[in-house]
Design a binder for this molecule. Structure first.
Ligand SMILES: [Fe+2]
Length: 178
């Protein structure tokens, strides 16, 4: 599937909010169906941090690419009301998942490495951070429903969270691809 075909497919999906099962079913076919090199070539990179490139955004959902350079990572975050799926197109990412302890602390629960073709899921209650895991660049494709407008950032010692608008630290790097 080319980028154009993916954009046509995404554009033809119903504007109503996609359900998590629909997100999962769509992303399950990505590793085999996508023309990975063409898609990955649309990703942007910055020394300032991981870089989001919006492929499609509607009120109900969005698809975007993230370009990662070595040692770049997200903050520890939750996903407000969004469900998401991520497919690694190039390179490798590490996902570190956390859980909230009864006392409020945020504890590391699992660490998973995702290589090319891996798909992983995010739910509103998922608390994790994602980091680049290799020596060369990485590219990932993300689908969120509804669009990930804000991330919940967690304080590690108290477990309290506060919202931050998604992509705020990369004001020059959220690029709409037409
Ligand atoms: Fe996330």
């Amino acid at each position: 599937m080319s980028l154009l075909e993916l954009q046509r497919l995404l554009g033809s999906l119903p504007p109503s909010r996609m359900r998590p099962e629909e997100l999962g079913a769509l992303a399950a076919g990505w590793p085999d169906a996508l023309e990975v090199e063409e898609l990955a070539a649309k990703a942007c990179f910055s020394d300032q941090g991981y870089t989001r490139t919006i492929l499609h955004r509607s009120p109900a959902w969005e698809a975007l690419l993230v370009g990662w350079l070595p040692r770049q990572r997200t903050a520890r975050h939750g996903h407000a009301e969004s469900f998401g799926v991520t497919c690694v197109l190039e390179g490798s990412l590490v996902e570190v998942e956390y859980r909230l302890a009864p006392g409020g602390q945020v504890l590391k629960a699992e660490r998973r490495k995702h290589g090319p073709g891996s798909v992983f899921h995010e739910q509103p209650h998922t608390i994790h951070h994602v980091e680049h895991a290799g020596r060369v660049r990485a590219v990932s494709l993300h689908l969120y429903a509804p669009p990930l407008q804000r991330m919940e950032l967690y304080d590690g010692s108290t477990g309290t969270s506060h919202p931050r608008r998604s992509g705020r630290r990369e004001p020059k790097s959220s690029i709409m691809v037409r």
